[in-house]
Write a new protein. Structure first.
Length: 488
């Protein structure tokens, strides 16, 4: 029987130091320091603070792994700045993916000059260039890049939503990503106190993650989702949500991920009101309904029959209304991913329908100006974490990495402060209490009998301001009583 004793740690909120004895991956004892005999390896943590290990409830892990191989075009303010960034990357010999220079991070929601096919064609006549939007929902490319992806953009050079997501997935399959790259990123996550992720990458996660664990990627627990195009394969294999997919129990079968609408930055989130300047009667004036309600209902019923639970992406307020109604009609609990804009009347329906709101607080910081423009007059109910909490809805926090960094302390700081940098809090009434944000970022508690998935930090979160939370020093992370990160 393996044992470990953590000497002299303090739970969040202060109090006298305690010793935590771990045996066979579970917390066996929590007692005042020196009150019980130590067992196994003894690690003196010198009064540092301990809490439940952190989870990121929404990650695109492969996208996060390869983001470092893409040209950074984030923070650009128009096509000219993007072109300059790509030119510098080409001169510096930036790596390519299957011969294509791929950039990531442009956000054109506030640009005064729109994207165009011509701008990239004139600048890069001989080089295939594909730029992934910061929200992953669109790609801006030149003609040679479009040819490589098998796409036909209009004069904007942009392809969005289903056609784009499918093409990007096909393209990524041509890239060879060594398993060591996954391991390095998983270890980096552990250094920030992360013990688990929910991976919503559009790949056969239920096959790929057990293979990675077998190859030595053992720093994280993973809920491995499935998308509709692989649902029948998962059902035929008899997989059910919560099933262990590897011998060590690190990978479990996750949920069916269905994308019901688009995104705010791409102006495709499905809303009740039109986007500024859009024809309310035009096909996409209010955004995009990616999956018809009838098909969403069919998918949820089909998955539910086989024991696979649903998680549905809904960003716009109409998408949230429609998705909630489907859940209510089926009497099926589930998760709504993002819930970025919600009608006032719909907040309480989350709790009544047994729905979890899986939200990404850093998005509110990134998108506040875009929301003020494109959702003008409605931002009191945008990224409304406080309203969801007060309604009684269960919350889970995540990053949507690479859309935001894979760092739960960023999410916790954004959720509790609603500000970043030198800016005032945006709709401060939508802040979350710290204890709620911490609970929404973990799956266990610091209690006897719980899994020893723990994070040890140098400062008490309850005494930290916004910036100290964001940069929280992590001294150690334990997964089932095993150190995945140790700096003490």
């Amino acid at each position: 029987m393996s044992a470990l004793t953590l000497l002299s740690v303090r739970p969040y909120g202060g109090g006298e130091p305690v010793d935590v004895v771990v045996r066979d991956g579970l917390i066996e004892t929590i007692a005042p320091t020196g009150a019980v005999p130590a067992a196994g390896e003894v690690v003196d943590l010198d009064g540092r603070f301990v809490g439940p290990g952190l989870w990121d409830a929404h990650v695109h892990f492969t996208q996060w792994v390869i983001s470092s191989r893409r040209v950074d075009v984030g923070g650009t303010n128009g096509p000219d700045e993007v072109v300059d960034a790509v030119r510098r990357a080409l001169r510096a010999g930036a790596p390519r993916t299957d011969g294509v220079l791929v950039g990531y991070g442009y956000r054109d929601g506030l640009w005064t000059t729109p994207t165009s096919l011509r701008a990239l064609d004139e600048a890069f006549a001989d080089d295939p260039v594909v730029l992934v939007s910061g929200d992953l929902h669109a790609g801006w490319m030149n003609s040679r890049g479009a040819e490589r992806l098998g796409l036909r953009p209009d004069d904007s050079g942009v392809v969005a939503e289903f056609e784009w997501i499918a093409a990007l997935q096909r393209f990524q399959q041509a890239a060879s990503i060594p398993v060591e790259a996954y391991g390095e990123v998983a270890e980096a996550a552990a250094r920030r106190g992360i013990v688990g992720i929910v991976d919503y990458e559009n790949v056969p996660n239920f096959r790929e993650w057990p293979e990675r664990v077998a190859a030595g990627v053992r720093s994280l627990r993973v809920d491995a989702s499935v998308w509709p195009d692989r649902l029948e394969e998962a059902l035929a294999a008899g997989l059910r949500t919560g099933d262990d997919l590897d011998a060590d129990g690190l990978v479990t079968m996750g949920r069916l991920k269905v994308v019901s609408d688009g995104s705010l930055n791409t102006r495709t989130a499905w809303c009740w009101d039109p986007y500024p300047g859009a024809d309310p009667h035009a096909e996409h004036g209010c955004g995009v309904q990616s999956v018809p309600v009838e098909e969403l209902r069919r998918l949820l019923v089909r998955a539910g029959e086989g024991g696979i639970l649903p998680a549905v992406h809904a960003i716009g307020d109409r998408a949230n209304t429609e998705v909630i109604e489907v859940f209510e009609e089926l009497g099926m609990p589930g998760i709504i991913e993002h819930a970025q804009l919600v009608r006032d009347a719909d907040f309480a329906r989350f709790r009544r329908a047994g729905l979890v709101a899986s939200v990404q607080p850093e998005h509110a910081m990134d998108d506040r100006d875009i929301a003020d423009l494109h959702w003008a007059g409605r931002t009191g109910r945008a990224f409304a974490f406080g309203s969801l909490h007060r309604s009684g809805a269960e919350l889970r926090l995540g990053s949507d990495a690479p859309v935001a960094p894979l760092d739960p302390w960023h999410a916790i700081a954004a959720a509790t402060a609603r500000s970043r940098g030198d800016r005032d809090a945006w709709h401060p009434e939508q802040r979350l209490p710290l204890d709620v944000a911490l609970a929404a970022s973990s799956r266990t508690t610091l209690a006897v009998g719980q899994p020893a998935d723990l994070v040890v930090v140098d400062a008490d979160p309850s005494s930290c301001d916004r910036d100290a939370l964001r940069s929280m020093p992590v001294a150690a992370t334990l997964l089932g009583g095993r150190f995945t990160h140790r700096a003490v």
